[in-house]
Design a protein around this ligand. Structure first.
Ligand code: ADP
Ligand code: MG
Length: 594
C-alpha cells in the first residue's frame, strides 16, 4: 500500500516535472539531481536494498539509465558495488536505507577501504526536521561512516548534490582508491531546485594523467636490479587495479625475472607463464636479495617483508601510488612514487640499456626456484590424483580447473577452500580473481559474483563466473542466490563442503560428540551440520542442484552448469571433513618481529 502510494507520488512528481519543463519552470528534485549527477560521472551500476526514503531514488536511477540491482542484504550489495569498482575503475554505488541499512554497509565499506577499491555508498537518512527528536531510523550516519571512508558528506542542498557526487567519485577512484559516503536525508531527496541553477555540466572532470616516475629513481631501480643475484618481482593488486598487465608482462618476459603474484595480483601476468614462481613462493621470498614490489603492501599477506619469511638484508624497490606507504614495516632501498604502468614501462626500457643488464648469476637462482617448483608440483599432483572418496581439496580443485573455461572470473572464499584453491585455480587474465582480500572478509563471494556476472553480461558476454565457496563462507550471504535468479545471472556456485570452519566432522562422529551433553557446550565451535544439502536451494526456484561426491560427478555437474546461461547453478561437493592443506614450513600468519 505504502509502496503504491509512493509510486503514485513518484509518477505524479515526474509528470509534474515534465509539465513544469513544458512551462519552462524547470524544477528538479533531489532524487533526479542525484541520478543525473551519478550518470554524468560515468557510474554504471548501483547495488542496494530500497525502503524509506530511497525507493524513488532507485527508480530515478533506472530512469536515467543506471543499472540497479536489488540485493538481499546491504553488506552483499556493498561487496558487489566495490567489486564493480575494482573491475572497471569507476566506483559502483551501494544504495541503502537509513540507520540499520547504512550500518549493514559498514562491513563492506571497511572491506573496500582496506582493499583500496573504489566504492560510493549512498544512504537515505531521516528527514532533517526529525533529527534529534527520535526520527525513524535516525542515526549519525556521516560520523558513523567517516572512519571507513576517504570522503563522507551530506550535501547541504539539492542544488549542491552534483558537486558532492563529483567529489565522492573522484576521491573514491583516484590516488589510492577507497570509499566515499554521501548522506541523503529524505528532505534533501524531495527538495526541489531550479534546474537552471543546478550545476550538472560544470563538474565534469577530465581524466587525471597517470603519475609518472622520477627518471633518476627508475635508473636507481634498474641499477639495484642489475646488481641482484636473486631478484624477484612481486605483482600486487595495485598493478591489477592500475591496468599494468601489458607493461608488467613485458618487463618479466624481456628480463626473464621470476615473478610472484599476490592472491589478487594473479593474472596480471598469466599464472601459466613459466616465469611465475607461485609454487616456489616460500623459497622465493626467503632467498630473494632484491624485490621489485609493484602495487602491494608489506602487510600480513606478505609477512611484513621481514625475517623469518624474507632475507633480513633484502633490498626492496617499492613502487606505489601512495607515498605514505613507503618504508612501512621495512625500509625500502628505492621508493618510487608512480603509477605502476608508466614506471614499469620506463624500467623495461632502462633495463634494455647495456649498463643495466641483469646478472648472469640469475641462472643459478632460477635453478633453485625450478627445483622447488618441481618438488611442489609433485606433491600437489600426488594429492590431486588421489580420488578416493570422500575427496580431498586437491582432487576437487584439479577437477574444477580442468572443466571450466580458462578465462573465467574466479570468486573464492573460505579458509582451506580459498588457500588451497589459489594454487590450483589459475588466472591468466588480470582482475579475474576476487577473494576475501586484505581484510580477510568472509561472506564477500556471492556479492562479488553478482557484480562480476553483471559486468560479464554487459562487457564480456560469454565469460563465466565461477564462485568457489567454503560451506561456512557460503552461509554468510547464501541468499544472494535469489538475486542471481532474479537478474538471470549464470554464476556457477561451487560449494566445497567439509561440514565446518577450517574442518568439520563426519556424520557419525558429529552425532557422537553432540550426544555427549548440552549441545551448546559440546558442539565444537568450528563444526557445522554434516552433509548439508546446499544444492537444494535450487529447488525453491523450481530448479535442481548438483550433489557431488566423486570426480566424475563434479565433471558432469560442471558440464551441465556451464551449459546454463540464464540462471545460477549450485554444485555442492561433499569432501573429507578432515582434508587439509600441505604441511607448511611456516605458520601462515607469521608473527611480526616488531
Ligand atoms: P595485495 O593485496 O595484492 O598485496 P595491496 O592491496 O596490499 O595489494 O596493495 C595495493 C597497493 O597498490 C596499495 O598500496 C595501493 O596504494 C597501490 N596502488 C593502487 N593502484 C595503484 C596504481 N595504479 N599504481 C601504483 N600503485 C597503486
Ligand atoms: Mg568448510
Amino acid at each position: 500500500m505504502l509502496f503504491g502510494r509512493k509510486l503514485f507520488q513518484l509518477t505524479f512528481r515526474r509528470s509534474f516535472h515534465v509539465s513544469q519543463k513544458l512551462n519552462q519552470a524547470m524544477g528538479i528534485d533531489g532524487n533526479n539531481i542525484l541520478a543525473e549527477s551519478l550518470k554524468r560521472q560515468g557510474v554504471e551500476y548501483v547495488f542496494g536494498i530500497v525502503g524509506i526514503p530511497v525507493i524513488e531514488t532507485a527508480m530515478a536511477f533506472q530512469q536515467v539509465g543506471l543499472k540497479y540491482i536489488g540485493m538481499r542484504n546491504e553488506q552483499a550489495a556493498c561487496y558487489a558495488a566495490q567489486a564493480v569498482g575494482y573491475l572497471t575503475g569507476k566506483p559502483g554505488v551501494c544504495l541503502a536505507v537509513s540507520g540499520p541499512g547504512l550500518l549493514h554497509c559498514i562491513g563492506g565499506m571497511a572491506n573496500a577501504q582496506v582493499n583500496c577499491w573504489p566504492l560510493l555508498v549512498i544512504a537515505g537518512s531521516c528527514p532533517e526536521d526529525h533529527e534529534g527528536i527520535g526520527g525513524f531510523q535516525e542515526w549519525h550516519q556521516v560520523e558513523a561512516s567517516r572512519q571507513y571512508c576517504k570522503y563522507a558528506s551530506r550535501p547541504p542542498s539539492a542544488r549542491l548534490i552534483p558537486l558532492h557526487v563529483e567529489k565522492a567519485v573522484r576521491l573514491a577512484s583516484s590516488g589510492r582508491p577507497g570509499v566515499a559516503y554521501l548522506d541523503v536525508p529524505a528532505t534533501l531527496l524531495t527538495a526541489e531546485a531550479d534546474e537552471d541553477k543546478v550545476p550538472l555540466e560544470y563538474y565534469n572532470p577530465e581524466p587525471v594523467k597517470l603519475g609518472h616516475p622520477d627518471p633518476a629513481l627508475v635508473a636507481q631501480a634498474a641499477y639495484v636490479l642489475a646488481k641482484a643475484q636473486r631478484p624477484l618481482v612481486i605483482v600486487g593488486k595495485g598493478a591489477a587495479y592500475g591496468r599494468a598487465e601489458q607493461a608488467v608482462t613485458k618487463l618479466v618476459e624481456t628480463t626473464n625475472l621470476p615473478f610472484l603474484p599476490t592472491p589478487m595480483g594473479k593474472g596480471v601476468v598469466a599464472d601459466e607463464s613459466p616465469l611465475c614462481v607461485s609454487s616456489a613462493r616460500t623459497q622465493a621470498l626467503l632467498q630473494a636479495d632484491v624485490i621489485l614490489l609493484l602495487g602491494a603492501r608489506l602487510n600480513w599477506m606478505l609477512h611484513f617483508g621481514q625475517a623469518p619469511r624474507f632475507d633480513k638484508d633484502v633490498k626492496i624497490i617499492q613502487v606505489d601510488i601512495t607515498p605514505e606507504e613507503f618504508h612501512n614495516s621495512v625500509k625500502s632501498e628505492v621508493a618510487v612514487h608512480s603509477d605502476i604502468k608508466p614506471f614499469t614501462e620506463a624500467l623495461t626500457q632502462k633495463l634494455a640499456e647495456k649498463k643495466y643488464s641483469l646478472q648472469p648469476a640469475s641462472n643459478t637462482w632460477w635453478k633453485v626456484l625450478k627445483e622447488k617448483q618441481v618438488a611442489n608440483a609433485k606433491f600437489v599432483e600426488s594429492q590431486a590424483n588421489n580420488t578416493t572418496v570422500p575427496l580431498n581439496y586437491y582432487a576437487v580443485f584439479k577437477t574444477v580447473q580442468a572443466n571450466i573455461p580458462k578465462d573465467s572470473i574466479i570468486v573464492s572464499e573460505g579458509a582451506n577452500t580459498m588457500d588451497i584453491g589459489r594454487g590450483l585455480l589459475l588466472n591468466n587474465k588480470p582482475r579475474h580473481r576476487l577473494d576475501a582480500g586484505t581484510f580477510g572478509t568472509m561472506g564477500v563471494g556471492p556479492g562479488f559474483a553478482v557484480a562480476a556476472a553483471m559486468w560479464c553480461r554487459d562487457h564480456a558476454p560469454g565469460k563465466r563466473v565461477i564462485c568457489v565457496e567454503g560451506d561456512s563462507a557460503f552461509g554468510f550471504s547464501g541468499m544472494e542466490i535469489e538475486t542471481m535468479f532474479r537478474y538471470k545471472l549464470p554464476v556457477v556456485v561451487v560449494i566445497v563442503n567439509n561440514n565446518g570452519i577450517y574442518g568439520g566432522f563426519d556424520k557419525q562422529t558429529f552425532d557422537d560428540i553432540q550426544s555427549g551433553g548440552d549441545v551448546a557446550q559440546c558442539t565444537p565451535p568450528t563444526a557445522l551440520s554434516t552433509e548439508v544439502r546446499y544444492e537444494k536451494m535450487m529447488e525453491i526456484f523450481g530448479e535442481t542442484g548438483h550433489l557431488c561426491r566423486t570426480v566424475e560427478e563434479i565433471e558432469a555437474a560442471l558440464k551441465k552448469a556451464l551449459m546454463v546461461t540464464d540462471k545460477p547453478s549450485i554444485i555442492n561437493i561433499l569432501i573429507d571433513p578432515q582434508s587439509n592443506r600441505k604441511p607448511q614450513k611456516f605458520n601462515w600468519l607469521t608473527e611480526s618481529k616488531l
